[in-house]
Write a protein that binds this ligand. Structure first.
Ligand SMILES: NC(=O)c1ccc[n+]([C@@H]2O[C@H](COP(=O)([O-])OP(=O)(O)OC[C@H]3O[C@@H](n4cnc5c(N)ncnc54)[C@H](O)[C@@H]3O)[C@@H](O)[C@H]2O)c1
Length: 330
């Protein structure tokens, strides 16, 4: 197999690249290195992969890379990935997630790739109340500019399968957490704020529920899907580990030995989806994959990693303080 991985310098993409190298797979990484991309995540494997700093929207450059590298399998992680940023400005989300995905699908199509794995998200389904689950055939009903852009990319991929026969598999993972996550997402924000004994912002009343998937489980699931999945199919990738945001924050504080008094409820995120929950019977039955990492284990592992790599996260702090002012309001 020769893999081309977009967004391979990002949080989940880099875990996927590290696992690809461990598996001895020849890997090419394409990443624009936005604020969220960082080659340090690939420091342990940098001599073993080929890297192109490139924007997936750049059609000519993509054509050049595909011609040079002749990948047979594409795994498309590259995206603008943060809901809150999409609320501040939707444009980069439409540009990268929709237009960029279109370029990539076109180039993959003319390069005759054998498999295109299109990474979507559980957020494309919209929100649930206290009960129920999303199945792969649940109609898409996204609510934020981020999830709309991801649903568009998801549907574009499926349209290229149906219309042109491009072998596209759609993967919809739930909320990831773990090492190397950019500290704008809930868990690393809590860790960084708590380490500085600063107030920890929690949206609304903290009741919103997410399904927490450890990053190594997510990457492993995609390798299993490459091996056993069928083009044209959709696979939910979840863990069953549903937690309310407030309980996630408490779990992190508990591991750090910090007081819950640091918690500060802030204005809710506009349009905040209440709950996501994936039904994973299909991937268990057809692929034989199930998440391994339990939430409590994953949280301990994550906190430990941030303590050991705190310099990496702290280097992002000046940039983040400015951003935090825009999104967390009392
Ligand atoms: N993090 C989650 O909880 C989660 C859950 C479900 C699905 N996903 C999806 O998984 C993928 C990876 O998520 P993540 O959390 O690792 O994101 P991330 O923001 O950490 O990484 C995204 C990477 O894409 C790169 N990128 C952005 N725009 C680009 C462009 N125009 N051209 C080339 N590269 C570009 C960035 O530089 C970065 O390295 C995304 O598609 C996301 O929507 C994420």
């Amino acid at each position: 197999m020769k893999l081309l991985v977009t967004g391979g310098a990002g949080f989940i993409g880099s875990e996927f690249v590290r696992q690809a190298v461990d598996l001895g797979i020849e890997t090419v990484v394409v990443d624009k290195l936005t604020y969220a991309g960082d080659l340090e995540r690939l420091k342990d494997v940098k001599n073993k992969v080929k890297f192109y700093k490139a924007d997936i929207q750049n059609r000519e450059f993509m054509e050049y890379i595909f011609k040079q590298e002749q990948p047979d399998t594409v795994v498309h992680w590259a995206a603008e990935s943060h809901v809150d940023r999409s609320i501040l400005d939707a444009s980069p989300f439409i540009d990268t997630n929709v237009k960029g995905t279109q370029v990539l699908l076109d180039v993959a199509r003319s390069s005759n790739v054998e498999l295109f794995v299109n990474i979507a998200t559980d957020e494309v389904y919209g929100e649930l109340g206290e009960e129920g689950q999303f199945y792969e055939d649940t109609p898409l009903n996204p609510n934020s500019p981020y999830s709309v852009s991801k649903a568009s990319a998801d549907m574009l991929g499926r349209a290229y399968f149906r219309t042109y026969g491009l072998p596209v598999i759609t993967v919809r993972p739930s909320n990831n957490y773990g090492w190397w996550q950019y500290p704008e997402k809930l868990i690393p924000v809590v860790i960084l704020k708590a380490l500085h004994d600063e107030p920890i912002p929690v949206y609304g009343t903290g009741e919103n529920v997410r399904e927490w998937l450890f990053v190594s489980d997510c990457a492993e699931a995609v390798f299993r899907i490459i091996e056993k999945g069928k083009p044209g199919e959709i696979y939910n990738v979840g863990s069953g580990e549903e937690r309310r945001n407030i309980d996630v924050v408490r779990a992190v504080l508990d591991v750090l030995g910090k007081s819950e008094d640091l918690i500060e409820f802030v204005q809710d995120r506009p349009g905040h989806d209440f709950r996501y929950s994936l039904n994973t019977q299909k991937i268990e039955r057809e692929i034989g994959w199930k998440a391994k990492v339990k939430f409590e284990e994953g949280i301990e592992e994550t906190v430990k990693w941030y303590m050991e790599n705190v310099d990496w996260a702290l280097r992002k702090l000046d940039y983040l303080r400015d951003y935090w002012k825009k999104v967390y309001k009392k």
